[in-house]
Design a protein around this ligand. Sequence first.
Ligand code: XMP
Length: 526
Amino acid sequence: MGEVVPLPTQEPAPEERPVLVVDFGGQYSQLIARRVRECRVYSELVHHTASPASVAARRPLALVLSGGPASVYAEGAPHMDPKLFELGVPVLGICYGMQLMAQELGGRVERTGASEFGRADVRAEEGTALFAGLPAEQITWMSHRDSVTAAPPGARVSAGSPSAPIAAFEDPDRGLYGVQFHPEVVNTEHGIEILKNFLYRVAHAPPAWTAAAVIEEETARIRPQVGRERVLCALSGGVDSAVAALLVHKAVGEQLTCVFVDHGLLRKDEAAQVVETFGRHFHVPLLHVDARERFLSRLAGVSDPEEKRKAIGEEFIRVFEEEARTLGDVRFLVQGTLYSDVIESGGSADGVAATIKSHHNVGGLPEVMDLELVEPLRMLFKDEVRRVGEELGLPEEMVWRHPFPGPGLAIRIVGEVTEERLETLREADAILLEEIRRAGLYRELWQCFAVLPAIRSVGVQGDERTYAYPIVVRAVTSEDAMTADWARLPYDVLETISSRIINEIPAVNRVALDLSSKPPATIEWE
Ligand code: XMP
């Protein structure tokens, strides 16, 4: 046994201590952290190479070891420093994490030939901590080829399945808990209760992490960072920049100025809503820049998608800079970076500085303007940002708004962007969304929007020949926009959408439905 890493002597209150998910590269590591947070316990990911000292410095309440694709006994398989088992906090190993515990602590892991993928029925023993209050027979979801064939000495087997007699073990004296199945996926019938048993009964974590607590913590963190300096925020109309701005405003009040550049590429009535919400409702100092003409003339004659993006991005920076100059000395810029961006770019909670992707809606601004970043959403997942937005009093349409690309409607108009084509698309999009909302489908869809292709076709309306644009309806379901499936919209809803668009918009005589998933298509048309 090596040197024991002591926990720092001054213990923070339990509600200030995180549950750390040690990431072994499993596809559900992020999901574990999200599920723990759903139980109102703050959780972050740490890389499996994190040093025991850096983990101890975070004063975790518990560790959860994630799944992972490797075999624990394979050469080069990810391991963690075994001193992490000696921090004096309970450890829950999931799948690979359980097998790693077994291997490191004197048990055995083997390939028995009895792999399980998908549903597995387990039987839980009586008097265990993880299965307390739950039925003995349970449906779980497993994905493993290797199995634990001997639990670590001192641990009792707490559940078994026909193929994996050791489907779970626990050793309360040493605070060690392992489950072969995935409690974090919804297919595990009592997964969330099992996690709650671990968090509340074993780790004594209080369910105290709420949107209100996040607001309090973030504002307390922003104040010393910003001091008395001035802060700028570019509002896009989307939920991330809106919530980030409100948090900063709550922290430093009028030291924050929001700049809203209306590039004329937003959906119907969106610009007015941003001005109404921030200026009149929240009293946030707001520079509303009407740059519609400017963007339109910059886009004249541009039909290549990437050229459009570039033109819009450059113009945006120019307009924003001009406005910022009128304000004088500004040192900070608010950016709505999310925790998923931080994780994706290799950032971690164990003290290693993260490089943030610069793809955001204000991409390029911090470098160009030599501004320091304030990132109040850096530790939040998208659904948590929404909950914070609700708590801050943002209107529902803004909190639950579908993602909208920075270049806006310009990349939903195939070919050249003109005022006339923008107007056509805006009207069609408004009808589409109105009907989708009316049908109660808005929140089920990841995105739903209208596309205006660069073609016209022949139709007949009121005995007259028409030669007009089609509108394409694009609706997708997705978890994260990396992949997406076309949404199966009900025929009667589609019928209403089609007939309203064709009847109410003279420039349109046809409506088509996009039946492509991503991949191979993308969500946007450009
Ligand atoms: P695609 O079309 O690549 O889109 O499947 C994936 C997600 O990204 C959004 N998107 C953009 N967002 N600037 C943005 O800020 C862009 O240039 C851009 N292009 C696509 C898209 O709406 C979807 O949510």
